[in-house]
Design a protein around this ligand. Structure first.
Ligand code: KG4
Ligand code: ZN
Length: 384
């Protein structure tokens, strides 16, 4: 089966073409082509993603990107289906992808498969990082039950993964949480899509981790997306042995549940920056120190909740997904925790840690139920 993936949920316009097959009971994938056009520079002056600008840019770039994608192949393949992100994401941005997918599907007389963006981040981590495009690879086996930690600009979610079993929900949810209605958007409650059944067992009550990184970067005078810059300064602070004079909180670390909250942490940085500005000491050294302290606060908090979630679910594997998974400290810390628990960890290759269409095409192939009527499942706040 050959699938075209389309991703337009936020500020990346992305297309990918993959071929999949079942071989000896295993699911195999061959990446034929993948392209990403990032709009990050355009959104930089706004300090976050500006939805109508994102929509306009997606509209402008989808067709040229498709032409380039097809031109990169030696022969034009027979595409069997189109997988498109239907949410969560910015609604105007999502609609451009959906409309484009529907138009192509009509023209090519093939079905459209709606894909949940967060499921894309989960299954994308099961692709090997060292297999060149054009080569068949076996999708990595995921020992179940598994736990996914999705950390992006719009989401911070702990997701329990069970085997899909004829539409029956296997995971009762976290007894400590009381309710399954956790995430403002994303994999809400329990959804069942072959081959996995997902249950959100923890989520942020306010800002997502990537969003907190971006807001703190802005406070320190860096453009969107600021996560990579904060992480770079934090690494320099460690090398140069710079310690922040201000100790930041580790929010909800003792809350005895799997909920997160990062808005207070961002406010603590705001106060520290204001104080420093008043006393005229907001220099490069202080920025490095604050970045290090902020990154430590985030990772210590995430690590503590991750341990609790692994203990509670008895997960046999850990998947990390979402743009913040590019963060080196986070990768090292979570890999060490998985080792502590004696379970394998699946991290996305760096080139697909951010938004991409490869993961959407793959999720579409794994869950190939076409839909005749698509709706964008938007959220207003992704990326802000
Ligand atoms: O998954 P993603 O590409 O888009 C969303 O769906 O949100 O995630 C983007 C987020 C941004 O907030 C960006 O600042 C953050 O990922 N990010 C990082 C790093 N690289 C990207 N945050 C911290 N450290 C990094 N190295
Ligand atoms: Zn994403």
């Amino acid at each position: 089966m050959i699938i075209l993936g389309i991703e337009t949920s936020c500020d990346e316009t992305a297309l990918a073409l993959i071929e999949t097959r079942q071989s000896g009971g295993a699911f195999e994938v061959c990446i034929l082509a993948s392209l990403i056009h990032s709009q990050a520079d355009l959104h930089s002056p706004y300090g976050g993603v500006f939805p109508t600008l994102a929509k306009r840019e997606h509209e402008k770039h989808l067709q040229p990107l498709l032409d380039r994608l097809l031109a990169s192949l030696s022969t034009r393949p027979q595409i069997d289906a189109i997988a498109v992100t239907e949410g969560p994401g910015l609604e105007p941005a999502l609609w451009t992808g959906i409309t484009f997918a529907e138009k192509l599907a009509q023209e090519w007389m093939i079905p459209v498969i709606p894909v949940n963006h967060m499921e894309g981040h989960i299954v994308g981590s099961l692709l090997a990082s060292d297999v060149p495009d054009g080569t068949w690879q076996r999708l990595k086996d995921l020992p179940l039950p598994g736990l996914a930690f999705l950390i992006s600009g719009g989401h911070t979610e702990l997701v329990s993964i069970e085997k899909q079993n004829g539409g029956v929900t296997l995971v009762p949810g976290n007894p400590r949480m009381g309710s399954q209605r956790l995430a403002p958007a994303g994999l809400e409650g329990t959804i069942v899509t072959p081959p996995f059944c997902y249950t959100v067992i923890g989520a942020t009550k306010d800002d997502a981790v990537g969003e907190a990184f971006d807001k703190v970067a802005r406070l320190l005078g860096f453009p969107y997306p600021g996560g990579p810059q904060i992480s770079k300064l934090a690494a320099k602070a460690r090398t140069e042995n710079i310690i922040s004079p201000v100790k930041l909180p580790r929010p909800m670390i003792h809350s005895k549940d799997l909920q997160f909250s990062f808005s207070g942490l961002k406010t603590a940085v705001l106060y520290a920056v204001r104080e420093a500005e008043k006393s005229g000491v907001l220099d490069d050294t202080l920025k490095k120190g604050l970045s290090r302290e902020f990154e430590d606060a985030i990772i210590e908090t995430l690590a503590s909740k991750l341990r609790d979630a692994l203990e509670e679910t008895g997960a046999q594997s850990l998947i990390i997904g979402g743009g913040v998974s590019a963060n080196n400290m986070l990768r090292d810390s979570f890999t060490a925790i998985a080792q502590e628990f004696g379970i394998p960890v699946f991290l996305p290759s760096r080139h697909i840690s951010g938004d991409n269409a490869l993961m959407i095409a793959l999720a579409g192939a794994l869950n190939s139920t076409p839909s005749s009527k698509l709706t964008a499942h938007g959220t207003k706040k992704l990326g802000h």
